[in-house]
Design a protein around this ligand. Sequence first.
Ligand code: TMP
Ligand code: ASP
Length: 236
Amino acid sequence: MEKREQLYEGKAKRVYATDDPEVVIVDYKDDATAFDGTKRGTILGKGAINNRMTNFLMEKLEAEGVPTHYIRQLSDRETAVKRVRIVPLEVIVRNISAGSFSKRFGVEEGRRFDSPTLEFSYKNDALHDPLMNAYHAVALKLATWKEIDIIRDYAFQVNDFLKETLLQCGVTLVDFKLEFGKTADGTIVLADEISPDTCRFWDARTGEKLDKDRFRRDLGDPEGAYREMARRLLGD
Ligand code: TMP
Ligand code: ASP
């Protein structure tokens, strides 16, 4: 497969065209941002860890019946994926209160829910990714009701799988963000990444944070947290 021109540069990844119009290459960076890109830094080794962790999990999710954009890993930082049109919704599942949920509703972090919650944010940096419900998304034609139903079902399926997989590694899955895309034939597939950038992982025993909150909140040694997650999940 031939890597061609850069199509897009996001905060954590670059996307390149290939000689196949249905395939693009994602290239993971070590750049880290938070708070709409106002806080910037580097987490050395992050790109390679996020690439390998995402691919490992997406391969397993495919086997569980969740279609994904994943095709194959090309290098430590590069992966071939299906070209999709991203549905501009951040799909957030929560098992335990933390982050913006705790802030918005005035509850402490760490409250375990009897069943997971699901919410959408409109992917729009200029508007600061506002919270959006399904009616709003349908009204703005970001997705159809049928697509919303599919996305919700996949998101909870991902949660069931991830929660169990992580628990076996001694990690509690607090919450995470997914993005979905539509392939040329209109199929909804899981896209983007599943990594410490996009999930909250707490050590099941000590509660230690093993994710990007170490960077967002200046808790120290974010590199160590990413490496520890790679060790537990990928056996690095
Ligand atoms: P939140 O509590 O800040 O809304 O974050 C919920 C989850 O979504 C958390 O696991 C981190 C992830 N997330 C992203 O992947 N990208 C983002 O831009 C934000 C704000 C959160
Ligand atoms: N990646 C997001 C940003 O830069 C925020 C986050 O993950 O906290 O704005």
